[in-house]
Design a protein around this ligand. Sequence first.
Ligand code: UDP
Ligand code: MG
Length: 307
Amino acid sequence: MDISVVIPVFNEESNLPVLYERLVNSVTAISNDYELIFVNDGSKDNSLNIIKELSLKNAQVKYIDFSKNFGHQLAVFAGLENAKGDTIVIIDADLQDPPELIKELYNKMKEGYDVVYAQREQRVGESWHKLMTAKLFYRFINRLSEVSIPLDTGDFRIISKKINDIIVSMPERNKFLRGQIAWAGFNQTFVSYNREERYAGKTNYSYSKMFSFAFDGITAFSNLPLRLATYLGFAVSLISFFFILYTLYQKYFKHDVVQGWSSLMVSILFIGGVQLICLGIIGEYLGRIMDNVKQRPLYIVRESNLK
Ligand code: UDP
Ligand code: MG
């Protein structure tokens, strides 16, 4: 099979018919050996029935119906696990990602890339706070983590089977696919496009979903927040040290302190620093446990002449 298209669907009934038409048009321009995998992520509207009808009409339409809403990333992951194509496209169901761009992504990939992601040049019809939080988030996470996640991209992209096999074999439970794909390496590039408005319906990413997504991204790719306790511990200890000196000076040289103040100050300052350092030590171990339970491959080989 040449191409699989993975589409996560959550309450998209009014987008699906148009999406289907545009997808088929754009994919058949590349190959007739394709599949469209719709993953219904617990939609409460008529999405599933529409998908089922499409699958009766066209045997190349596959679907996976989740028992409830498991979230966008897992919906995409389920599609990736079941994709049979040599190349796999991930696209949103709301037509914010134009299906017509698939051709361009595909052609770019044939120039010798393993991942071609679609980078948004412009986003219309999205609120300024969504744009701002997204912008801040990607810059923040790139600061924190060792993998650099391409700025201003969603999950709209094409990946090779090789990359897909790597992603599917990463058993970590908190998925942050765009980070994982960036982490996998090989030749990655982008094509830029203008992100359109949702064709119909409204966003299914509430602020709470966005926050938990952001936390998944940060915790999956950085142990820096844990290390913060260590840094803080040393900083507090250092400040405390000077303050303790000041306290002792007040007591023994100035003799103008209230009874009990010096001993209280000294012990509070000292214990504060010690506690934070201890938390930091626990954090260091926790970070290593995190690294181990993620069970990522330690490295991925591009090429070798070993038999
Ligand atoms: N989606 C999903 N499960 C969810 C939320 C969203 O499968 O819990 C799908 C949704 O149907 C769409 C894609 O993920 O195809 C992106 O969602 P949305 O357009 O709401 O996000 P936004 O573009 O606003 O970030
Ligand atoms: Mg959208």
